[in-house]
Design a binder for this molecule. Structure first.
Ligand code: CA2
Length: 144
């Protein structure tokens, strides 16, 4: 059975409590539950984690990469700043789909650059929680 790692970066634990206009009303726990149901239907195991620490994300990417397991990654603000996460994906040869809830290109200029896109297999953004589901389906249905 395929294991998919869903890794979430800083402040995503606040989803559903603030800024619903930008990020929607769902909590991260609700996104996780929806994704677990979808993964089960598609015959996959899901590891779902969130951290506010950059180093946690680096370690989890290394672990998934060395196990040969794919990653759906919303690195949140670290997307726009983290060479460490870029290097971790590259170093671990991890298969990563970058996701974002919001369309970062329609937002502030500082969100337009991603350190992850260049080392990701694909990028899905702007569809709210559905971005995660589309990424899962791309991974499990062979499009990615
Ligand atoms: O759109 C996305 O998924 C982002 O990765 C979300 C990040 C942001 O820094 C990226 O540019 C785009 C922010 C996540 C913070 O989420 C919050 C949720 C509720 C209240 C405050 C922050």
């Amino acid at each position: 059975m395929k294991t998919v790692h869903v890794l979430n970066g800083p402040n995503l634990n606040l989803l559903g409590t603030r800024e619903p206009g930008t990020y929607g009303a769902q909590t991260l726990a609700q996104i996780e539950a929806d994704l677990r149901a979808r993964a089960a239907a598609l015959g996959a195991d899901l590891v779902f984690k969130q951290s506010n620490q950059e180093g946690d994300l680096v370690t989890w990417i290394q672990e998934a990469g060395s196990a040969g397991q794919p990653i759906i990654l919303n690195a949140a603000a670290y997307t726009h700043t983290s060479i460490a996460i870029h290097d971790a994906i590259r170093g671990a040869k991890a298969e990563v789909i970058e996701v974002h809830l919001s369309n970062v290109h329609a937002r502030e200029h500082f969100r337009h650059h991603s350190y992850i896109s260049a080392v990701a297999k694909g990028v899905i953004l702007g569809f709210g929680p559905m971005s995660y589901r589309l990424a899962l389906e791309a991974l499990l249905e062979g499009a990615a």
